[in-house]
Design a binder for this molecule. Structure first.
Ligand code: GAR
Length: 208
């Protein structure tokens, strides 16, 4: 059974999707054992409470030096014996110590079809604003491993979502979450927990 630690910063709907999938028995061979938030007011913490999942808060602003923050987050997640770290709307930049310590064991959900609308500055609603501005007709979500390149790690799963006339960043965000993020993130976690993701260079192969 793999220990899953979920990192959050906000509403936590992706955390909820993971908890619900776990309750439905759709995440086998893994269990969410801890939620860590960068924001003490994140609603995600209430969701963790409602599920009886222990949680912690670690704020970037409590550390002057970025390296000290990177070490503290690494130590905290190590102390939870994490086999898998899931970034479910985690809005703080990760340091190289953290990324190296959990190499090939960090999964992120990004609200676009990477390599579109990703990288520095592309997070949350901003991603959907840019997709609408560019006028793409299809967007979606990507579950991927995290490496030192922002949104650049091996892609695990993607799902496309149509853009509709009259979409606003908010309506698009909701559709991308419902139709893509909440489906592919639990699926990617289940695949990982069952050793069904093989990393081949910058790509992955899923063995079902
Ligand atoms: C989600 O749309 C997630 O994909 C996005 O933030 C939102 C968090 O919502 N993450 C990023 O943009 C990361 N680059 P949630 O707190 O309700 O899961």
């Amino acid at each position: 059974m793999k220990n899953i630690v979920v990192l959050v910063s906000g509403g936590g709907t992706n955390l909820q999707a993971l908890l619900d999938a776990q309750d439905r028995g759709e995440i086998t061979n893994g269990r969410i054992t801890c939620v860590i938030s960068s924001n003490p007011k994140a609603y995600a913490l209430t969701r963790a409470d409602n599920h009886g999942v222990p949680h912690e808060v670690i704020r970037r602003r409590d550390f002057t030096e970025f390296e000290a923050y990177d070490s503290a987050l690494t130590d905290l997640v190590r102390s939870k014996n994490a086999d898998l770290v899931v970034l479910a709307g985690f809005m703080t930049i990760l340091g190289s110590q953290f990324i190296k310590s959990f190499e090939n064991r960090i999964i992120n959900i990004h609200p676009a079809l990477i390599p579109s609308f990703c990288g520095e500055g592309y997070y949350g609603l901003r991603v959907h604003e840019e997709a609408l501005k560019r006028g793409v007709k299809v967007t979606g979500a990507t579950a991927h491993f995290v490496n030192e390149v922002c949104d650049g790690g091996p892609i695990i799963l993607q799902k496309a979502v149509e853009i509709k006339n009259g979409d606003t960043p908010e309506t698009l965000q909701k559709r991308v979450m419902e139709q893509a993020e909440w489906k592919i993130l639990p699926k990617a976690v289940d695949l990982f927990c069952n050793d069904k993701i093989k990393i081949i260079g910058s790509t992955t192969e899923i063995t079902e």
